[in-house]
Design a protein around this ligand. Structure first.
Ligand SMILES: Cc1cc2nc3c(=O)[nH]c(=O)nc-3n(C[C@H](O)[C@H](O)[C@H](O)COP(=O)(O)OP(=O)(O)OC[C@H]3O[C@@H](n4cnc5c(N)ncnc54)[C@H](O)[C@@H]3O)c2cc1C
Length: 583
């Protein structure tokens, strides 16, 4: 059946993804004089950033005047197990204060002290209080602020658009091809430069803090197919505490603030097991360590009836719980009819954040493809092997701004506007070829993929399980070729599901292949067959497509050298990571 005809829209800078990174890029490009178009597959006020809860980091010194950008750098770089790009970490630490003040100036409703200054609270493993927040709805407050600013500037945001392919000719990106999820209408988006800000890939795991139909690694897939390298795909943060039931919400985040407010972790024998894993910091240890501890308890048979351990805050007064953890209180009443002021929650690790992603230039976030930039969770380089909470929202606005400005400069400086009818035709043909009757359905295959990643590349990995995972992934990929899609009615959403599946299969492969090569345990990457950190692997693992239908190739390179001026910060005793884990 022929698809609806393609129309075309032309702009200087096309932004894919309307989360915080995409909107901030669009604002920067517009302010630099470009005509900008933002496309996203969701409603513009409902991009995934809306879920972010606890806060955004910036050294403002409101509560702790002794804090410094150097300390923020040191905490981030060290907690990332030295795999972050030193310059990326430096930029984030230096520029976060201006980025947060700017959001506040644009009307973001951050919490303030009585004297009007922005309040700051502790977040895990930060030495000082440097996390600004808007209750536990910080992501929503930031997204609404950026959307308001974009509207003021007259930036069009096209909703319900699924981008299926980047348009590339001779190594130059000149736009993207997509379709409308409601009408099915196809659009060729032509642009001088493109900013990809399409989020992470943590929905690939059975238990995930992401929501449905997001975070299948769509942006990473588009970049990979366009010729970009991905970096450190094996580095995926598992948040220690996600809900375990009911099944449809398993993985939903149980905020770190529960432990920050004094919550205790127990196994089924009512033992406070953190005494065996980190007797000093206990429940307030770093995320990677608490996640591994909980995982070990469960695997060794000391878990609860639903496959989790117990997180108990019921020893705190109910009034305090209602004041400090209102969202958590509501969440457990709504889904489990459980009153957390009286009973413990059952929790288990949940896939939460992609620390790896598209390889980018540290200054401009240019990718390997000319005219293509990337920002936000789909990129790599900031968090190393363990992300500090609150740093990713800072990353979205700081590098969103840089990528948008660089894309606008590229557009301004381009002498020719490259176009290729063949590239457009190929994108049309590719999409059309997916619409056919078949024997499989996308949803069950998505579920099988999520189970596969959970079982074969979860909190703890080993070579045999990962190799088996790759084999099963091949079977799933074969099955995915015969997915049934009927256009119309549910048809366009079915097409979204199959494209998500396609992206997920490739990013899963990237994750498994990089995880196989990292033969050590470091941060969030735990190998039971290589339980120790290997100093020789202070390297980043890269992957890319060498040819159609070929397995991805993987190689590693040393982390860029850290300048002496920054290295000094890491050896200074004052710069020791304090390991405080309070939200
Ligand atoms: C529950 C939760 C709580 C969190 N809390 C915090 C916190 O307190 N502090 C913090 O710093 N971080 C937090 N994070 C992480 C942070 O929210 C994200 O890293 C950040 O919001 C990512 O923003 P982004 O703009 O890069 O991408 P996103 O906000 O994910 O936006 C990308 C958008 O691109 C769209 N898209 C994807 N593929 C396509 C396609 N092919 N075509 C069209 N559109 C597409 C998607 O619909 C998506 O909305 C949290 C994350 C979760 C899940």
């Amino acid at each position: 059946m022929p698809g609806p005809s393609s129309r075309s829209r032309v702009c200087n800078v096309l932004v894919i993804g309307s989360g915080a990174a995409g909107l901030r890029a669009a604002i920067a490009a517009t302010e630099a004089g470009s005509q900008v178009l933002v496309v996203g597959k969701r409603d513009r006020l409902d991009a995934h950033t809306v879920l972010a809860a606890g806060g955004i980091n910036a050294v403002l010194g409101t509560r702790d005047p002794q804090d410094s950008w150097e300390q923020h750098f040191a905490d981030t770089f060290r907690e990332g197990y030295f795999l972050g790009h030193p310059r990326v970490v430096e930029i984030m630490a230096r520029e976060a204060p201006d980025a947060v003040r700017e959001l506040a100036d644009w009307g973001c409703q951050f919490a303030r002290l009585d004297d009007g200054r922005l309040d700051q609270r502790y977040f895990g493993a930060h030495k000082y209080r440097r996390t600004c927040y808007a209750g536990d709805y910080t992501g929503r407050a930031i997204l609404y602020t950026l959307a308001g600013k974009a509207q003021q500037l007259g930036i069009p945001v096209v909703e319900d658009q699924y981008i299926s392919r980047l348009l590339v000719a001779d190594g130059v990106c000149f736009g993207a091809y997509g379709f409308d999820l409601v009408s099915g209408e196809r659009t060729v988006f032509e642009a001088d430069a493109v900013v990809l800000a399409a989020g992470g890939h943590t929905r690939l795991w059975r238990r995930s803090s992401s929501r449905r139909d997001e975070n299948y690694g769509e942006g990473m897939f588009l970049a990979l197919e366009a010729g970009c390298r991905l970096m450190d795909m094996e580095l995926v943060q598992f948040h220690p505490t996600g809900m375990v039931m009911p099944e449809e919400v398993a993985g939903t985040l149980v905020t770190e603030a529960v432990r920050g407010e004094g919550g205790h972790l127990y196994n089924k024998d009512h033992e406070r097991f953190m005494t065996r894993y980190d007797p000093v910091r206990m429940e307030l240890s770093a995320r990677d360590r608490v996640a591994l501890a909980i995982y070990t308890e469960i695997i060794e048979g000391r878990g609860g009836p639903n496959g989790g351990v117990f997180l108990d805050i019921s020893h705190r007064p109910k009034d305090e719980i209602l004041e400090k953890l209102p969202r958590m209180y509501r969440q457990f009443i709504e889904y489990q009819m459980l009153d957390i002021s009286r009973q413990p929650m059952e929790v288990a690790p949940t896939a939460h954040y992609s620390m790896g992603g598209i390889s980018v230039d540290p200054e401009t976030h240019a990718t390997d493809v000319v005219g293509l930039y990337a920002a936000g969770e789909c990129t790599s380089g900031l968090h190393g092997a363990n992300r500090l909470g609150g740093n990713s929202l800072a990353e979205t606005v700081i590098f969103g701004r840089r990528a948008g400005a660089a894309a606008a400069a590229h557009s301004r400086e381009s002498e020719v506007q490259r176009r290729s009818k063949k590239a457009v035709h190929d994108a049309e043909e590719e999409l059309q070829s997916l619409i056919k009757p078949g024997s499989e359905l996308a949803r069950p295959l998505q579920r099988a993929l999520r189970n596969l990643m959970w079982e074969h590349c979860g909190v703890v990995r080993d070579e045999a399980r990962m190799r088996d995972g790759l084999r099963k992934l091949g079977e799933l990929a074969t099955a995915a070729e015969t997915v049934d899609i009927h256009p119309g009615q549910e048809g366009w959403v079915e097409l979204e599901h199959v494209l998500d599946l396609r992206a997920g299969l490739r990013t899963a492969e990237a994750t498994l292949r990089c995880a196989l090569e990292r033969r050590e345990s470091r941060g969030a990457h735990n190998r039971s067959d290589f339980p120790a950190l290997d100093p020789a692997l202070e390297r980043n693992f890269y992957t890319r497509v060498e040819g159609a239908d070929q397995p991805l190739t993987v190689w590693s390179e040393p982390v860029p050298a850290i300048p002496a001026s920054l290295k000094r910060l890491l050896t200074d005793e004052e710069m020791e990571v304090a390991g405080r884990l309070l939200e």
